[in-house]
Design a binder for this molecule. Structure first.
Ligand code: SF4
Length: 394
Protein backbone atom coordinates (compact mmCIF):
# COMPACT_ATOMS: atom_id res chain seq x y z
CA UNK A 1 0.00 0.00 0.00
CA UNK A 2 1.05 3.59 -0.56
CA UNK A 3 1.81 5.00 2.88
CA UNK A 4 1.09 8.65 3.52
CA UNK A 5 4.11 10.25 5.21
CA UNK A 6 2.05 12.30 7.64
CA UNK A 7 2.55 12.02 11.37
CA UNK A 8 -0.06 13.38 13.73
CA UNK A 9 0.77 14.34 17.31
CA UNK A 10 -1.42 15.29 20.25
CA UNK A 11 -0.80 15.59 23.96
CA UNK A 12 -1.63 16.88 27.41
CA UNK A 13 -5.29 15.88 27.14
CA UNK A 14 -5.33 12.42 28.72
CA UNK A 15 -5.28 9.02 27.00
CA UNK A 16 -8.61 9.09 25.16
CA UNK A 17 -8.54 12.71 24.03
CA UNK A 18 -4.93 12.45 22.86
CA UNK A 19 -5.93 9.57 20.61
CA UNK A 20 -9.11 11.28 19.41
CA UNK A 21 -7.17 14.41 18.50
CA UNK A 22 -4.27 12.60 16.84
CA UNK A 23 -6.59 10.46 14.72
CA UNK A 24 -8.84 13.42 13.85
CA UNK A 25 -5.80 14.98 12.17
CA UNK A 26 -5.48 12.00 9.80
CA UNK A 27 -7.69 10.95 6.89
CA UNK A 28 -9.55 7.81 8.01
CA UNK A 29 -12.07 7.67 5.17
CA UNK A 30 -10.59 4.46 3.76
CA UNK A 31 -11.83 2.61 6.87
CA UNK A 32 -15.48 2.96 5.82
CA UNK A 33 -17.11 -0.44 5.51
CA UNK A 34 -13.88 -2.25 6.45
CA UNK A 35 -12.97 -4.70 9.21
CA UNK A 36 -10.36 -3.46 11.71
CA UNK A 37 -8.11 -5.42 14.03
CA UNK A 38 -6.76 -3.36 16.92
CA UNK A 39 -3.50 -4.79 18.27
CA UNK A 40 -2.56 -3.11 21.56
CA UNK A 41 0.44 -4.08 23.68
CA UNK A 42 -1.07 -6.10 26.52
CA UNK A 43 1.93 -8.26 27.24
CA UNK A 44 1.26 -8.81 30.94
CA UNK A 45 -1.67 -9.10 33.34
CA UNK A 46 -1.10 -5.68 34.91
CA UNK A 47 -3.07 -2.65 35.98
CA UNK A 48 -2.87 0.53 33.92
CA UNK A 49 -0.72 2.65 36.20
CA UNK A 50 2.32 0.40 35.78
CA UNK A 51 3.08 1.44 32.21
CA UNK A 52 3.40 -2.17 31.02
CA UNK A 53 0.40 -2.10 28.77
CA UNK A 54 -1.48 0.17 26.40
CA UNK A 55 -3.94 2.29 28.37
CA UNK A 56 -7.52 1.01 27.92
CA UNK A 57 -8.76 4.53 27.31
CA UNK A 58 -6.31 4.90 24.44
CA UNK A 59 -7.79 1.70 22.97
CA UNK A 60 -11.25 3.17 23.53
CA UNK A 61 -10.20 6.29 21.62
CA UNK A 62 -9.06 4.19 18.66
CA UNK A 63 -12.33 2.22 18.62
CA UNK A 64 -14.44 5.37 18.74
CA UNK A 65 -12.55 6.97 15.89
CA UNK A 66 -12.62 3.95 13.58
CA UNK A 67 -16.32 3.52 14.37
CA UNK A 68 -16.91 7.14 13.44
CA UNK A 69 -15.01 6.53 10.21
CA UNK A 70 -17.59 3.84 9.37
CA UNK A 71 -15.71 0.61 10.09
CA UNK A 72 -18.11 -2.34 9.79
CA UNK A 73 -16.35 -4.70 12.19
CA UNK A 74 -13.78 -4.11 14.95
CA UNK A 75 -11.90 -6.54 17.18
CA UNK A 76 -9.06 -6.32 19.69
CA UNK A 77 -6.46 -9.10 19.57
CA UNK A 78 -3.27 -10.03 21.38
CA UNK A 79 -0.77 -12.81 22.04
CA UNK A 80 0.96 -11.76 25.28
CA UNK A 81 4.21 -12.94 26.87
CA UNK A 82 4.55 -16.71 27.04
CA UNK A 83 2.89 -17.96 30.23
CA UNK A 84 0.43 -15.04 30.45
CA UNK A 85 -3.26 -15.80 29.95
CA UNK A 86 -4.55 -13.45 27.25
CA UNK A 87 -8.07 -13.07 28.60
CA UNK A 88 -6.79 -12.47 32.12
CA UNK A 89 -4.38 -9.85 30.80
CA UNK A 90 -7.27 -8.17 28.93
CA UNK A 91 -9.36 -8.18 32.09
CA UNK A 92 -6.71 -6.84 34.43
CA UNK A 93 -5.60 -4.24 31.92
CA UNK A 94 -9.14 -2.83 31.57
CA UNK A 95 -9.48 -3.96 27.95
CA UNK A 96 -12.40 -6.31 28.58
CA UNK A 97 -14.41 -3.42 29.98
CA UNK A 98 -13.68 -1.34 26.88
CA UNK A 99 -14.64 -4.23 24.59
CA UNK A 100 -17.93 -4.66 26.45
CA UNK A 101 -18.70 -0.96 26.34
CA UNK A 102 -18.18 -0.69 22.57
CA UNK A 103 -19.45 -4.22 21.82
CA UNK A 104 -16.29 -5.32 20.03
CA UNK A 105 -14.82 -8.80 19.98
CA UNK A 106 -11.76 -9.78 22.03
CA UNK A 107 -9.49 -12.29 20.31
CA UNK A 108 -6.99 -14.50 22.07
CA UNK A 109 -4.62 -14.86 19.11
CA UNK A 110 -3.11 -18.01 20.61
CA UNK A 111 -6.47 -19.82 20.63
CA UNK A 112 -6.41 -20.18 16.83
CA UNK A 113 -4.08 -22.12 14.59
CA UNK A 114 -1.19 -20.05 13.25
CA UNK A 115 -0.11 -19.62 9.66
CA UNK A 116 3.49 -20.09 8.59
CA UNK A 117 4.78 -17.29 6.42
CA UNK A 118 7.91 -17.50 4.33
CA UNK A 119 10.49 -14.74 4.71
CA UNK A 120 12.48 -14.47 1.52
CA UNK A 121 15.92 -12.99 2.02
CA UNK A 122 15.55 -13.08 5.80
CA UNK A 123 18.69 -12.24 7.75
CA UNK A 124 18.05 -14.78 10.51
CA UNK A 125 14.61 -16.24 9.73
CA UNK A 126 13.40 -18.26 6.78
CA UNK A 127 9.80 -18.36 7.93
CA UNK A 128 7.74 -17.49 10.98
CA UNK A 129 4.47 -18.53 12.64
CA UNK A 130 1.92 -15.73 12.77
CA UNK A 131 -1.49 -15.82 14.45
CA UNK A 132 -4.08 -16.40 11.75
CA UNK A 133 -6.53 -13.78 13.08
CA UNK A 134 -4.14 -11.09 11.84
CA UNK A 135 -5.07 -12.00 8.26
CA UNK A 136 -8.83 -12.01 8.77
CA UNK A 137 -9.24 -8.22 8.81
CA UNK A 138 -8.86 -5.48 6.22
CA UNK A 139 -6.74 -3.22 8.43
CA UNK A 140 -4.30 -3.89 11.26
CA UNK A 141 -3.94 -1.05 13.76
CA UNK A 142 -0.92 -1.20 16.07
CA UNK A 143 -1.61 0.55 19.39
CA UNK A 144 1.58 0.19 21.45
CA UNK A 145 2.45 1.94 24.67
CA UNK A 146 5.69 3.95 24.58
CA UNK A 147 8.41 1.97 26.36
CA UNK A 148 12.15 1.74 26.38
CA UNK A 149 13.42 -1.80 25.90
CA UNK A 150 16.53 -3.43 27.37
CA UNK A 151 17.27 -5.29 24.17
CA UNK A 152 15.82 -3.26 21.34
CA UNK A 153 16.08 0.31 22.63
CA UNK A 154 12.37 1.02 22.32
CA UNK A 155 9.22 -0.95 21.71
CA UNK A 156 6.73 0.99 19.60
CA UNK A 157 4.40 0.29 16.67
CA UNK A 158 6.59 -1.94 14.49
CA UNK A 159 8.07 -3.93 17.38
CA UNK A 160 4.49 -4.41 18.67
CA UNK A 161 3.96 -6.75 15.69
CA UNK A 162 5.95 -9.33 17.65
CA UNK A 163 2.75 -9.78 19.67
CA UNK A 164 1.18 -11.23 16.49
CA UNK A 165 3.57 -14.19 16.69
CA UNK A 166 2.04 -17.45 17.81
CA UNK A 167 2.81 -18.55 21.38
CA UNK A 168 6.45 -19.71 21.72
CA UNK A 169 7.36 -18.28 18.33
CA UNK A 170 8.04 -15.04 20.23
CA UNK A 171 10.62 -16.81 22.35
CA UNK A 172 12.26 -18.36 19.28
CA UNK A 173 13.28 -14.88 18.17
CA UNK A 174 15.49 -14.73 21.26
CA UNK A 175 16.92 -18.20 20.77
CA UNK A 176 18.17 -17.78 17.24
CA UNK A 177 21.74 -18.65 16.57
CA UNK A 178 24.18 -15.79 17.02
CA UNK A 179 24.76 -14.10 13.69
CA UNK A 180 26.86 -11.25 15.08
CA UNK A 181 29.85 -12.34 13.07
CA UNK A 182 27.86 -11.77 9.90
CA UNK A 183 25.74 -8.83 11.05
CA UNK A 184 26.85 -6.26 13.63
CA UNK A 185 23.32 -5.84 15.02
CA UNK A 186 21.83 -8.05 17.72
CA UNK A 187 20.16 -11.18 16.38
CA UNK A 188 16.86 -9.99 17.84
CA UNK A 189 17.03 -6.72 15.90
CA UNK A 190 17.68 -8.67 12.70
CA UNK A 191 14.71 -10.95 13.48
CA UNK A 192 12.40 -7.98 14.07
CA UNK A 193 13.50 -6.52 10.75
CA UNK A 194 12.84 -9.89 9.07
CA UNK A 195 9.32 -9.86 10.50
CA UNK A 196 8.81 -6.30 9.30
CA UNK A 197 9.44 -7.40 5.73
CA UNK A 198 6.22 -9.47 5.86
CA UNK A 199 4.09 -7.84 8.57
CA UNK A 200 3.66 -4.13 9.23
CA UNK A 201 0.79 -2.23 10.81
CA UNK A 202 -1.45 -0.33 8.43
CA UNK A 203 -2.15 2.35 10.98
CA UNK A 204 -0.11 3.07 14.12
CA UNK A 205 -1.38 4.85 17.22
CA UNK A 206 1.26 5.18 19.94
CA UNK A 207 -0.21 5.63 23.39
CA UNK A 208 2.27 7.71 25.37
CA UNK A 209 -0.04 8.52 28.28
CA UNK A 210 1.77 6.29 30.81
CA UNK A 211 4.80 4.64 29.24
CA UNK A 212 7.79 2.89 30.74
CA UNK A 213 11.37 4.13 31.00
CA UNK A 214 14.62 2.50 32.06
CA UNK A 215 14.48 -1.26 32.35
CA UNK A 216 11.58 -1.75 29.97
CA UNK A 217 9.66 -3.52 28.67
CA UNK A 218 8.82 -5.08 32.04
CA UNK A 219 11.20 -3.96 34.77
CA UNK A 220 11.26 -0.20 34.27
CA UNK A 221 9.49 2.70 35.90
CA UNK A 222 6.13 4.03 34.79
CA UNK A 223 6.52 7.35 32.95
CA UNK A 224 3.61 9.70 32.65
CA UNK A 225 4.20 11.49 29.37
CA UNK A 226 0.69 12.17 28.07
CA UNK A 227 1.18 12.16 24.30
CA UNK A 228 -0.10 10.27 21.29
CA UNK A 229 1.51 9.78 17.87
CA UNK A 230 -0.60 8.45 14.99
CA UNK A 231 0.34 7.75 11.39
CA UNK A 232 -0.42 5.58 8.39
CA UNK A 233 3.34 5.34 8.05
CA UNK A 234 4.77 2.82 10.55
CA UNK A 235 8.30 4.21 10.35
CA UNK A 236 7.10 7.80 10.64
CA UNK A 237 5.08 6.90 13.74
CA UNK A 238 8.00 5.13 15.43
CA UNK A 239 10.49 7.85 14.56
CA UNK A 240 8.30 10.50 16.17
CA UNK A 241 7.49 8.15 19.05
CA UNK A 242 11.25 8.10 19.74
CA UNK A 243 11.51 11.86 19.39
CA UNK A 244 8.68 12.47 21.86
CA UNK A 245 10.45 10.11 24.27
CA UNK A 246 13.54 12.29 23.95
CA UNK A 247 15.43 9.58 22.02
CA UNK A 248 17.30 9.65 18.74
CA UNK A 249 15.69 7.19 16.28
CA UNK A 250 19.10 6.69 14.64
CA UNK A 251 20.21 4.85 17.79
CA UNK A 252 17.48 2.22 17.45
CA UNK A 253 18.99 -0.68 15.52
CA UNK A 254 15.77 -2.35 14.38
CA UNK A 255 14.46 0.94 12.98
CA UNK A 256 17.73 1.51 11.11
CA UNK A 257 17.55 -1.97 9.62
CA UNK A 258 13.89 -1.72 8.65
CA UNK A 259 14.48 1.68 7.14
CA UNK A 260 17.14 0.21 4.85
CA UNK A 261 15.37 -3.03 4.05
CA UNK A 262 11.85 -1.65 3.57
CA UNK A 263 12.92 1.60 1.94
CA UNK A 264 11.34 3.82 4.59
CA UNK A 265 13.20 7.00 5.49
CA UNK A 266 14.70 7.26 8.97
CA UNK A 267 15.17 10.99 8.58
CA UNK A 268 12.43 12.79 10.57
CA UNK A 269 12.42 15.58 7.96
CA UNK A 270 10.99 13.13 5.41
CA UNK A 271 7.64 13.30 7.24
CA UNK A 272 5.04 16.02 7.50
CA UNK A 273 4.16 16.56 11.14
CA UNK A 274 0.85 17.90 12.41
CA UNK A 275 1.10 20.22 14.29
CA UNK A 276 4.37 21.72 13.11
CA UNK A 277 5.17 22.82 16.63
CA UNK A 278 5.15 19.73 18.79
CA UNK A 279 8.12 20.47 21.09
CA UNK A 280 5.89 20.98 24.09
CA UNK A 281 4.95 17.29 23.99
CA UNK A 282 8.55 16.03 24.14
CA UNK A 283 9.51 14.33 27.40
CA UNK A 284 12.72 12.64 28.38
CA UNK A 285 12.66 8.89 28.96
CA UNK A 286 15.63 7.32 30.77
CA UNK A 287 17.32 4.83 28.50
CA UNK A 288 17.89 1.29 29.79
CA UNK A 289 21.10 1.01 31.82
CA UNK A 290 23.82 -1.06 30.18
CA UNK A 291 24.44 -2.89 33.44
CA UNK A 292 21.34 -3.75 35.44
CA UNK A 293 23.36 -4.65 38.55
CA UNK A 294 23.45 -0.95 39.40
CA UNK A 295 19.83 -1.22 40.48
CA UNK A 296 20.52 -3.94 43.03
CA UNK A 297 23.37 -3.52 45.46
CA UNK A 298 25.56 -6.59 45.97
CA UNK A 299 23.86 -8.44 43.16
CA UNK A 300 25.81 -9.28 40.02
CA UNK A 301 23.55 -9.84 37.05
CA UNK A 302 24.71 -11.37 33.80
CA UNK A 303 22.32 -10.74 30.94
CA UNK A 304 23.40 -11.66 27.48
CA UNK A 305 20.86 -12.27 24.71
CA UNK A 306 17.95 -13.00 27.05
CA UNK A 307 14.34 -12.22 26.23
CA UNK A 308 11.93 -9.91 27.95
CA UNK A 309 10.19 -12.86 29.60
CA UNK A 310 13.29 -13.94 31.55
CA UNK A 311 14.27 -10.35 32.24
CA UNK A 312 10.84 -9.73 33.66
CA UNK A 313 11.09 -12.87 35.84
CA UNK A 314 14.49 -11.74 37.09
CA UNK A 315 13.27 -8.26 37.98
CA UNK A 316 10.23 -9.61 39.79
CA UNK A 317 12.41 -12.10 41.67
CA UNK A 318 14.92 -9.46 42.75
CA UNK A 319 12.29 -6.95 43.79
CA UNK A 320 10.65 -9.51 45.99
CA UNK A 321 13.55 -11.57 47.29
CA UNK A 322 16.76 -9.54 46.95
CA UNK A 323 17.17 -9.07 50.71
CA UNK A 324 16.95 -12.83 51.28
CA UNK A 325 19.79 -13.40 48.83
CA UNK A 326 22.39 -11.74 51.08
CA UNK A 327 23.16 -15.13 52.65
CA UNK A 328 23.90 -16.69 49.26
CA UNK A 329 26.71 -14.36 48.17
CA UNK A 330 29.91 -15.69 46.61
CA UNK A 331 33.53 -14.92 47.58
CA UNK A 332 33.28 -11.37 46.18
CA UNK A 333 30.39 -10.55 48.52
CA UNK A 334 27.83 -10.58 45.70
CA UNK A 335 24.93 -12.82 44.74
CA UNK A 336 25.44 -13.86 41.09
CA UNK A 337 22.52 -14.54 38.77
CA UNK A 338 22.43 -14.97 34.99
CA UNK A 339 19.88 -14.96 32.15
CA UNK A 340 20.21 -15.44 28.40
CA UNK A 341 21.98 -17.82 26.10
CA UNK A 342 25.17 -15.78 25.90
CA UNK A 343 26.19 -15.81 29.60
CA UNK A 344 29.32 -17.92 29.30
CA UNK A 345 31.38 -15.42 31.34
CA UNK A 346 29.40 -16.05 34.58
CA UNK A 347 31.52 -17.33 37.47
CA UNK A 348 31.32 -20.59 39.42
CA UNK A 349 28.37 -20.59 41.84
CA UNK A 350 26.08 -18.41 39.70
CA UNK A 351 22.32 -19.06 39.60
CA UNK A 352 21.36 -19.58 35.95
CA UNK A 353 17.77 -18.73 35.11
CA UNK A 354 15.91 -20.26 32.16
CA UNK A 355 16.35 -23.19 29.81
CA UNK A 356 18.72 -21.35 27.56
CA UNK A 357 21.35 -21.23 30.31
CA UNK A 358 21.36 -25.00 30.82
CA UNK A 359 24.71 -25.36 29.03
CA UNK A 360 26.18 -23.67 32.15
CA UNK A 361 24.96 -26.37 34.55
CA UNK A 362 28.51 -27.31 35.56
CA UNK A 363 29.12 -23.79 36.84
CA UNK A 364 26.12 -23.41 39.11
CA UNK A 365 22.42 -24.07 39.60
CA UNK A 366 20.16 -23.94 36.54
CA UNK A 367 16.53 -22.98 37.17
CA UNK A 368 14.55 -24.63 34.38
CA UNK A 369 11.65 -22.94 32.61
CA UNK A 370 11.10 -20.71 29.62
CA UNK A 371 10.81 -18.54 31.60
CA UNK A 372 10.62 -19.98 35.15
CA UNK A 373 8.43 -18.11 37.65
CA UNK A 374 10.21 -16.04 40.35
CA UNK A 375 9.26 -18.43 43.14
CA UNK A 376 11.02 -21.29 41.28
CA UNK A 377 14.26 -19.29 41.46
CA UNK A 378 13.72 -18.75 45.18
CA UNK A 379 13.17 -22.46 45.72
CA UNK A 380 16.24 -23.37 43.67
CA UNK A 381 18.44 -20.99 45.69
CA UNK A 382 17.09 -21.58 49.19
CA UNK A 383 15.75 -25.13 48.93
CA UNK A 384 12.40 -24.07 50.37
CA UNK A 385 9.18 -22.43 49.26
CA UNK A 386 8.71 -18.71 49.90
CA UNK A 387 6.44 -17.50 52.66
CA UNK A 388 3.02 -17.33 51.06
CA UNK A 389 2.05 -14.38 53.24
CA UNK A 390 4.63 -12.20 51.56
CA UNK A 391 2.94 -10.03 48.96
CA UNK A 392 3.63 -10.77 45.30
CA UNK A 393 5.22 -7.90 43.50
CA UNK A 394 3.47 -7.22 40.20
S1 SF4 B 1 14.79 -19.35 28.89
FE1 SF4 B 1 14.33 -17.18 29.14
S2 SF4 B 1 15.78 -16.08 27.86
FE2 SF4 B 1 15.76 -18.23 27.22
S3 SF4 B 1 14.29 -18.32 25.58
FE3 SF4 B 1 13.19 -18.87 27.44
S4 SF4 B 1 12.32 -16.95 28.19
FE4 SF4 B 1 13.92 -16.43 26.68
Amino acid sequence: MMREAIVSIAGKQGPINNVRKALAQLDLTCLKGKSILVKPNIGRAATVARGYNTHPQAIAGVIEMVMQAGAKKIAIGESPLVGIDTLEAFKKGGVTEVAEKYQVELIDFDAHKPVRKEITEGRVLESTKICSSVYEFDYLVSVPVSKTHMHTGVTLGIKNMKGCLYRHEKVRYHQLEYRNKIFPEKTLDSAISDLATILMPDLTVIDGYIGMEGLGPSGGQAKRSDFCVASWHPMGADIYGCILMGLDPQTIAHLRLISERCNMPLNPDAYTVIPEKYDKYIVSYCIPPTNISVEFKNIQIYDNESCSACLSTLMLFLRRFKDDMSQYVLHDGKFHIAIGKGVSDAIEGTIFVGNCTKFMKDKGVVVKGCPPVPTRIYEAVTGREPDENEPEVE
